[in-house]
Design a protein around this ligand. Structure first.
Ligand code: GLU
Length: 513
């Protein structure tokens, strides 16, 4: 059956060895986009066969992160499905049976070499590799008589099962992004597929068996797995599954924002951005690592940002919702070369998505921030909070930034920025501001658009300097010379509060020499 006629079934197969790295999130996202676009299925398989690297909490973290980002799973540990269990540690019988298939077919063999024996061999032979050129010098089922092999197993000696790789072959990996990559089988070693010590397969065997049994059509994963692909091709062949082997797609690496090399957690610490979707508390070290969610990113922004790290839509469109990404995604536009992790662009996306949030909703997100700064949101109407955030949201990248930009709507200034005072608060300002307060007090309609022309006219009639007067006015109301349009501010604050602030300013601000 041609690949294109096959039902699309992809999997995200993380190992629960710690928090999901942002590169892993991108892999999950591309799998999801590809599955949804093709009406296929997205499978989440937990690859926990490396018992030494298992970290409690990592699996829950993976589920929570994918759910937060809106990356839906069709089959998995939580969702169930027809090809479960979806956690490898629960599939031991399946792997045992498949190891036996390879042993019976002579495609694998049992090896008893202890770590010490292997170490000795490595010291004795430069660049020692366990392969066709050396395997007959080792302690395994190819060199020991069958009854001795059985005796050793029965006596409880630990062993591994190794894949018997024949030299002199060209192994071709067809990758939908990279094309055909061919290597010589001679460079591969007889990989360990199973360890009796923990009765578990290694990553390679479990991964191949599961991809086959779960009817995976496309293996979409990070470039770091490309070196394993030839071995995987040979395993499919050894099992007799070459015809239904999945297509490979190896995604480009995520690179440091400011140089060459793979993005690492240290880059995030050094340059101040998270490399994990959610905050992570390391159960062993007690260390906390920051997450996109806790840093104030919206999931839509993270998704959009990651989607463009290694793929482009073919034109310069940048803002795309999940649905748009699903319809536009294509492997043809995935790049081979690594993608620089331009985290500043991530902030830009967050800014853009924040603009799309209705003011009332943004007000809801701002309430906890207000409380955190000692302002009781219940002291203000929802409408007041919504109007305030609406006036400043074009200036923010994160919800938390709302405080710095909108705090004056909630707390009257008690201090006045010295630089602006020096520049704008000349000796005649107290009198001018007192007159302005009187003028405003006399206005029956305090709507911003109504009082604005009145104030403009008054400034002109008196021959005042527009910039000086308006900035002094702003200084009394805001405490500094920044913020949205002055008459939008007074509109929200209302007459009484505006007059109080002007008069308090006149009382408190002292000209600076
Ligand atoms: N368990 C591997 C990982 O942690 C899966 C690699 C693959 O997708 O084949 O990424």
């Amino acid at each position: 059956m041609a690949i294109t006629e096959r039902e699309v079934r992809v999997r995200f197969a993380p190992s629960p060895t710690g928090p999901l790295h942002i590169g892993g999130v991108r892999t999950a996202l591309y799998n999801y986009l590809f599955a949804r676009q093709n009406g296929g299925k997205m499978i989440l398989r937990i690859e926990d066969t490396d018992s030494h690297r298992f970290v409690p909490g990592a699996e829950d973290y993976i589920n929570e992160a994918l759910a937060w980002l809106g990356i839906g799973i069709d089959e998995g540990v939580r969702e169930g499905g027809p090809y479960g269990p979806y956690k490898q540690s629960e599939r031991r019988d399946i792997y045992r049976e498949h190891v036996k298939m390879l042993l019976d077919a002579g495609k694998a063999y049992i090896a008893f070499d202890t770590p010490e024996e292997l170490e000795a061999k490595r010291n004795e032979t430069a660049n020692f590799q366990y392969d066709a050129s050396t395997r007959l010098q080792m302690r395994n089922s190819l060199t020991l008589p069958a009854d001795e092999v059985q005796r050793l197993i029965d006596s409880g000696e630990q062993y591994v099962v190794r894949f018997r790789i024949e030299p002199g072959r060209d192994v071709a990996v067809d990758d939908l992004i990279r094309g055909r990559v061919t290597i010589k089988s001679d460079i591969l070693d007889d990989k360990v597929l199973y360890k009796s010590a923990d009765d578990l397969p290694t990553y390679h065997l479990a991964n191949i068996v599961d991809d086959h049994l779960m009817k995976i059509s496309h293996v979409i994963r990070g470039e770091e797995w490309l070196p394993s692909a030839p071995l995987h091709v040979l395993l499919y062949e050894a099992f007799g599954w070459a015809d239904t082997a999945p297509s490979f797609v190896h995604l480009p690496l995520l690179l440091k924002p400011d140089g060459k090399g793979k993005l690492s957690k240290r880059d995030g610490d050094r340059l101040g951005f998270p490399v994990f979707p959610l905050e992570w508390h390391d159960p062993k070290s007690g260390e906390t690592s920051s997450g996109y969610r806790e840093s104030g990113y919206l999931p839509q922004a993270v998704v959009n940002f990651l989607a463009l790290l290694g793929w482009n839509p073919g034109d310069d469109t940048e803002l795309m919702s999940m649905d748009e990404l699903i319809s536009r995604f294509s492997l043809d536009h995935c790049s081979k070369s690594g993608a620089k992790f331009a985290f500043e662009k991530g902030k830009w996306f967050n800014h853009e998505y924040l603009q799309e949030i209705p003011d009332a909703e943004l007000a809801g997100l701002f309430k906890p921030v207000l409380s955190a700064h000692g302002v009781n949101p219940a002291d203000f109407s929802d409408e007041y909070i919504a109007k305030s955030v609406g006036l400043v949201k074009s200036r923010i990248n994160f919800v938390n930034d709302l405080w710095d930009n909108a705090k004056f709507f909630f707390v009257a200034p008690t201090e006045y920025e010295a630089k602006s005072v020096k520049k704008r608060w000349s000796a005649e300002m107290p009198a001018i501001m007192t007159a302005l307060a009187a003028l405003l007090e006399a206005q029956p309609d305090f709507t911003g658009s109504v009082i604005e022309p009145v104030v403009m006219q008054w400034i002109a009639d008196n021959g005042y300097h527009l910039g000086n007067v308006m900035n002094a006015f702003r200084l009394t109301v805001v405490g500094e010379c920044k913020g949205p349009h002055m008459f939008d501010i007074t509109d929200v604050l209302g007459k009484a509060e505006t007059l109080d602030r002007i008069r308090a300013g006149v009382e408190r601000i002292r000209p600076v020499e």
